[in-house]
Design a protein around this ligand. Structure first.
Ligand SMILES: [Zn+2]
Ligand SMILES: [Zn+2]
Length: 150
């Protein structure tokens, strides 16, 4: 899967499928995207081949844990984030894929603040706040995460 920013300065290729895909309806994501939710594909940073430089922006968070957003310095498009200071994991914004239909949410989170007109699909787990990845992620994804985060 390939993707990039609006101006083409930043291009990337995912060397494998993601670990898991989050649809986050929290207020921070709504504000930072200017939209109703964000779609993040979680993947090991070393599986993201990047052409071009990104600029990191530190976002204020309620939890106080760091959240850095990587943007194209030319057009400002946010291409991925690192949460909790974990640079080894990237949360790639699915909307920046050349084919954004390639990935669907595996889970909906922070539905307590989702916009009222959004009807969540049945069959996809949804949580009022965060969730326990150990019970939801495929074993292979948990293993991959262990390999990079220990
Ligand atoms: Zn750009
Ligand atoms: Zn969020």
């Amino acid at each position: 899967m390939e993707g990039g920013c609006a101006c083409g300065q930043v291009r990337y290729r995912l060397r494998s499928g993601p670990l898991f895909v989050h649809c986050c309806h929290c207020k921070d994501c709504q504000r930072q995207t200017g939209s109703a939710f964000v779609l993040n594909a979680l993947i090991e940073t070393d599986r993201v081949e990047v052409t071009g430089q990104t600029a990191l922006f530190a976002m204020p968070t309620d939890s106080g844990r760091p959240h850095d957003v990587a943007r194209c310095p030319g057009c400002g498009t946010a291409v991925w984030s690192h949460y909790g200071g974990l640079k080894a994991l990237s949360f790639v914004r699915v909307g920046t894929l050349d084919d954004p239909t390639a990935l669907r949410p595996d889970v909906h989170i922070y539905t307590r603040s989702k916009q009222p007109w959004i009807a969540l699909p049945s069959g996809v787990p949804a949580f009022e706040a965060y969730y326990n990845s150990k019970t939801l992620w495929p074993a292979e994804s948990l293993e991959r995460r262990r390999a990079v985060l220990g």
